[in-house]
Design a protein around this ligand. Structure first.
Ligand SMILES: Nc1ncnc2c1ncn2[C@@H]1O[C@H](COP(=O)(O)OP(=O)(O)OP(=O)(O)O)[C@@H](O)[C@H]1O
Ligand SMILES: CC(C)(CO)[C@@H](O)C(=O)NCCC(=O)O
Length: 306
């Protein structure tokens, strides 16, 4: 373990031995259920990286509940359930939603009595019609493209036990789906995943991350992330060519090389500057940074000291 300013740098070989004995291993059936999420997820990562991570989260969750109970007793009020919120940040296409879905499944398997829910902040991007009106259609994903007051109200409601509705974004439609919501109803754990979750909004008195009890940043070299972005683009094309309503349909039925050239340009013009100007600067705010290598395997973890 290497000691860096404010982070312990832990390589995979060391991390996988942490707390090994304390964790109830998953059964084959549970592992199969998790594998069905994304058949490319490495089961080695699940047992060697994510299970110790779940144990670490358990420590934070216990502390969170104890503190809430102590505070209630200090105030002379009845202790009540306050959802534990876990934030997951990182670049476009780095694998935040895959990590979030995996953690949701693992936490649900390990704590069957807990209600675990998940949302992505993609849903809080303004609909395309609004982005067009504001003249910021080419800034999708940049801070000004999100309805931050709405996102902050949403997490505040969840913390206060109020049923909250998160709007839904579709990569296929490339827009918000009207009248579709994820309903978050008093979960024990809420995972909030998105490129902007650790950002400091310029016009808000509070940050989304003020509501987080733990935060993760998924990191990788940009050349790998761009490759995953283009691979995902290829998969979107493969599913789009039979569906004329799909945003990617014109690209799917057209020249494939030209389509990939266009996607590569979108990366360079939009997602690359967003990563460097607005996403990477939030990395050192995370409690845990996970670093993925070329084949998505996690090779290193950085755990915040204080
Ligand atoms: N652990 C993994 N193993 C294999 N493939 C993965 C893994 N994580 C992510 N991927 C693949 O990488 C691509 C990007 O992942 P994902 O969609 O989860 O990224 P994201 O960070 O949520 O992106 P966005 O911000 O655009 O929503 C997808 O094609 C996904 O299947
Ligand atoms: C929706 C976001 C911002 C984040 O998931 C991203 O996937 C996106 O659409 N970025 C805009 C540029 C692009 O089409 O990749």
């Amino acid at each position: 373990m290497e000691n860096q300013i404010n982070y312990y740098r832990i390589d995979r070989a060391e991390w996988r031995n942490f707390y090994k004995d304390h964790i109830v291993p998953l059964t084959n059936e549970e592992l199969d259920r998790i594998k069905s999420l994304n058949d490319r997820i490495s089961m080695e990562d699940v047992s060697e990286v994510y299970m110790p991570m779940v144990h670490l989260l358990q420590m934070f969750m216990k502390n969170h509940q104890r503190l809430q109970d102590d505070q209630a007793s200090f105030l002379g009020i009845k202790p009540h359930k306050v959802p534990f919120i876990l934030g997951i940040a990182g670049s476009v296409a780095v694998g935040k939603s895959t990590t979030a879905r995996l953690l949701k499944s693992l936490l649900s398997e390990v704590y069957p009595d807990k209600k675990v829910q998940l949302i992505t902040t993609d849903g809080f991007i303004f609909p395309n019609a609004v982005l067009k009106k504001k003249g910021i259609m080419s800034r999708k994903g940049f801070p000004e493209s999100y309805d931050m007051p709405r996102l902050i109200k949403f997490v505040n409601d969840v913390k206060n036990g109020i049923v909250a509705k998160a709007p839904v974004y579709s990569h296929k439609v490339y827009d918000i789906i009207p009248d579709e919501f994820d309903v978050i109803d008093q979960p024990d754990i809420l995972i909030v995943e998105g490129i902007n979750v650790l950002q400091l909004p310029s016009h808000e008195p509070i940050f989304v991350s003020d509501f987080f009890d733990f935060s993760l940043y998924v990191d990788a070299r940009e050349e790998y992330i761009k490759r995953w972005y283009l691979e995902r683009f290829g998969m979107l094309l493969d599913t789009a060519f039979k569906d004329p309503t799909n945003y990617y349909y014109p690209y799917a039925i057209g020249d494939r090389t030209a389509a990939f050239k266009m996607a590569s340009k979108v990366w360079e013009d939009v997602n690359h500057p967003n990563l460097h100007e607005y996403i990477l600067p939030t990395r050192n705010r995370a409690d845990l940074i996970i670093v993925k290598s070329a084949n998505h395997l996690i090779e290193e973890l950085r755990l915040r000291k204080y």
